[in-house]
Design a protein around this ligand. Structure first.
Ligand code: SF4
Length: 362
């Protein structure tokens, strides 16, 4: 068995740690590029959402390198994500690929026994003891928490850095070194070193950069290819950005929800507008908009793919938040046809607007 998985932010680093520690065969898909998207679009239904297409591109690129099993998380929720696995299997079968899928669904949806069965099938080729397998899982969790924490700090403090470009360089370096490192221990050592380094970068607390909250559909806000590298662009412009939806957040949120002890303030803040899950992360989008307003962010950028049902609902709610709480919100809808020039012009115009508002307040 040679396992692969779709890219989602920094998960490939945690996956490397997990599979290295388990000593099983795996293939990390090449970092998503326009070619990945082209491959995905060629083989996906036209009107399916963008994440599906990029994932298909990831699978095909991995299969060409020898992968024969796909590991993904599932969702029984009401949006299309609940159908991804079945549809993706069909797409790959129509291409003559007999690929096995391991779908990690929430224990509350498939039962704890089935959940454990599926988890153990990931490690079925590993000869390690149960204790060592659990240790491998812990190491992967540690890795995802570390790399997400490093990225969060880099993205936020980029607006305060004394020497321009330090956080951006560090972020690129840590990802490159982590993936080039040998073994699970080696990767964790790289991440721990960089966690120290990021804390030592000099910042200027007297700076007052524009602060933007990134909200919207989880895949498109995490995956740089689908959001046309928006966080990197803002970082290079000296804008501080904050996003809550990282893979490490997803792991924690899913575990706490399964145990019915999730007390995240996001849901409390969203309740007035959206009191129930309608699929995707619409509730989180609305709740985060409110939290970012309370944290005095200067503006919000919502990103979601064309046709994303849950985010269309949150997009309808955001204008009320914008008006009532006087916080500018820009909604960007993306797909494979999104033109870079128009996209960047909208972001620049939005930043100009915020800068003007900040000047008026001085
Ligand atoms: S949340 Fe939106 S983009 Fe993601 S699967 Fe559901 S409909 Fe598609």
């Amino acid at each position: 068995m040679n396992i692969t998985f779709p890219h989602l932010g920094n998960t490939y680093i945690a996956a490397k740690v997990l599979f290295d520690a388990l000593d099983v065969e795996y293939t990390i898909p090449p970092i998503s590029t326009k070619k990945t998207l082209e491959i995905g679009c060629l083989h996906s239904p036209d009107d399916i959402c963008l994440p599906f297409k990029i994932m298909i591109g990831n699978y095909i690129e991995s299969i060409e390198k020898g992968a024969d099993t796909v590991l993904i998380t599932g969702s029984c929720g009401p949006c299309r994500f609940g159908e991804y696995c079945e549809l993706q299997k069909k797409v790959l079968m129509s291409l003559g690929r007999q690929i096995n899928f391991i779908v990690i669904d929430e224990p509350s949806k498939i039962g704890i026994k089935e959940f454990l069965n599926r988890l153990s099938s990931v490690a079925k080729d590993s000869r390690l003891s149960i204790y060592k397998k659990i240790k491998a899982l812990n190491m992967a969790l540690k890795a995802i928490n570390l790399i997400d924490e490093i990225e969060k700090e880099c993205r936020f403090f980029a607006g305060y850095e004394k020497n321009k470009g330090e956080f951006s360089k560090l972020l690129k370096d840590v990802k490159r070194e982590a993936i080039e490192s040998k073994g699970a221990e080696g990767t964790l050592k790289v991440l721990e070193n960089y966690k120290d380094k990021v804390d030592r970068i000099e910042i200027d607390n007297f700076k007052t950069p524009i602060k933007i909250g990134i909200i919207g559909e989880i895949y498109t806000i995490i995956d740089s290819l689908s959001n046309l590298y928006i966080e990197d662009i803002l970082m290079n412009l000296g804008v501080s950005t904050k996003r809550t939806l990282y893979p490490s957040w997803w792991v924690k949120n899913t575990a706490l929800s399964a145990l019915k002890i999730n007390r995240s303030p996001i849901y409390k803040e969203a309740k007035h507008y959206l009191g129930m899950c309608i699929g995707g992360h619409a509730q989180e989008c609305v709740g985060e908009a409110m939290l970012n307003y309370k944290m005095r962010f200067d503006g919000l950028i919502q990103i979601f793919p064309v046709g994303c049902m849950p985010e269309i609902v949150s997009k309808a709610i955001l204008p009320d938040i914008e008006k009532r709480y006087n916080i500018p919100i820009l909604s960007l809808v993306v797909d494979e046809m999104t033109g870079e020039a128009g996209y960047y012009t909208r972001i620049e115009a939005f930043l100009d607007l915020i800068e003007g508002r900040k000047r008026m307040c001085i």
